[in-house]
Design a protein. Sequence first.
Lengths: 275, 425
Amino acid sequence: MFISYALMVYILAFLNILLRVFISSKIAVILAIVFSLIGLGLNIHEIAIRYVLVGGFQTSTLFDFSIFLSIAFNLTFLFLFYRYKKVVIGLFLIPFSIMFTALSMFTQVSELPSTVYSLWRFGHLPFVIMGSTFFIASFISSIMYLIQDNNLRLKRFGKLYKVFPSLDTLNNINNISMRVGFYFFTIGSILGFLWIVQIAEVNDISWFKALQFILSAYPSFFIFKITFSTITWIYFAILILIKVKYGLPPKKLAMFTVIGFFSVILTYIGVGVSL
Amino acid sequence: MYLTLLGLNHNSASIDIREQFAIQEDQYNKLYKTILSKNVSECCILSTCNRVEFYIFTDEDISKDIFLEIIEDAMNVDRSKLDEHSYHKSGREAIQHIFFVASGIDSLVVGEPQVLGQVKDAFQRAKDNFAISNFMLHLQDYTLKIAKKVRTDTGICNNPVSVSYAAVELAKKIFDNLSSASALVIGAGEMCELAIKHFVTSKIGSIIVTNRTYEKACTLAKEFNATAIEFDKFSSALEEVDIVISSTGADYFIINHDRMASIMSSRKHKPLFIIDIAVPRDIDPEISKIDNVYLYDIDDLRQIVELNKKSRDKEAKKAAEIIDVAISKFYKSVEVMKINPVLKDVKDFFISTKDSELIKYLEKNKIDNKDEIAKLDTFLSSVINKQLHNLFTNIKTNVDSKKIHTLADAAKIIFNQEEIDNSEK
């Protein structure tokens, strides 16, 4: 019930962002933020209901995973709006909230077996999800940067030129999203590692076996998710390191973000399809 | 009562004609006095570099001939010349005209913001000269309100239509915050000065000026609180600044591709926005191929200005629609304004009746408790206010009705709007 309301308000938020971007309606900005906040409230309400019914956070089932992804994209949008006051980024982030809220409506609410129960997993997935979401925001802002750069270079002053923020802002969004994403992802990975260690100790098995044991409780695609999440983390770690140490020009940073993200996603999809 | 306008502007008269009719600050007082002595109830004069307009409010409709006579007497100008180059509008057309003027639709550069301030000043000056009262004060409030609405609800003043301002707006698409950006100005001519003015207005962080004649650079730098450097040192400044504005008289490229490539390497490819407004160009166009360099010449900027002008013209059509609705609302509000004194009298009558009846009741029932008296008074006042509110709303809603009603019908309208509507159906 609340999920369908959440879906509705996210759609309304998206429509208001469209109104802001294409007909410059100022009231639409306020409405977009209000609807995003209501959607966030409804999503959190869903998680709270699950907490009461099940007696704990169920962050690892596909249903909860979808709700958390929806929250994560919404939070990322609200954070970037708060920081840069540019609603246009929502044009690319809110559709993800809509998509994952809709997905959760068609997902069976299932529980994880209690054998893989651990306090660490309550922290692991939300952090990794937030990390991934900020990486996606970084990817989106990079694409916007390259489009805006192209507009300025080729002197094309169409609608996108007008509605996209300055190169500086897009570069800042890219930078901050990459860093915040990296922090979240790193904390999430550490928590995941602690989860493995705990399961290994409880069952007196090796870490690798504990990982296999945990993964056996999830749908099979989670194995690839973990592999490529690790590759993404390493890629962004290298990118941040190069940027901090040698200073990458904004355009190159945007290009590397897009190239890296595309190759990771394409390989991920490629491997998933071929298997 | 009639509102009439006589005026000339950039469309009806050339600059040399407009100059002859331009009004100096010390002339207003005498002008207002003379015009108001000609059976004119209220008057407002708007004089800017692009227009001179007289708005008068009179008991009778004023023809162009009579209006010309009034202005001829007041200004001592050549009547035939004024007749030839002026326009005359009255009623709805005159109201539409002032709304258009204040909104910037009638301006030489559509959407230019200064005219709203000039209209505001004109009304204030008229007020200072005791030339306006109820109607014009109401017109002033409405005009300013509509002009602001047009500017907020349409994109009429969104896109820059001057080359210098277009350059500033472009810079804002590269740099988030101009206050932390720095600019290098190569040249000290008029175009450079204009560009600096716009960047200073947009609160640019710092400006460096260079010129072949160092003294000229110093003079320009002093005017805008900038720093002057010698011409042969501008290459090193290029490594630091974010924006370059160049307009020298050189007949060769003062910055070529290879030199810029090496400068970009030194500045670690930090974005650089270059505006080359010189003809012949100062900067090698090949430079635009270097990553993170955004080079614009005068033709590029003019192209932006042309696009923006078209976009403003489009927005002006939207603005005209807003104004069309506003004129009808204005007329209705004028009718309401006219009836307000009557409504006030009605309310006063009810209140005085309430007060006298309350006194009689208190005396008859020997009530002297202050709290009780206050409660009774509040109760009766709220009953009166509630009843009158409904009646007044019905009257104001139908105030512009052109129908002739019988007294019974009028009473029905005043006391119960719905019933009359239903019976008509």
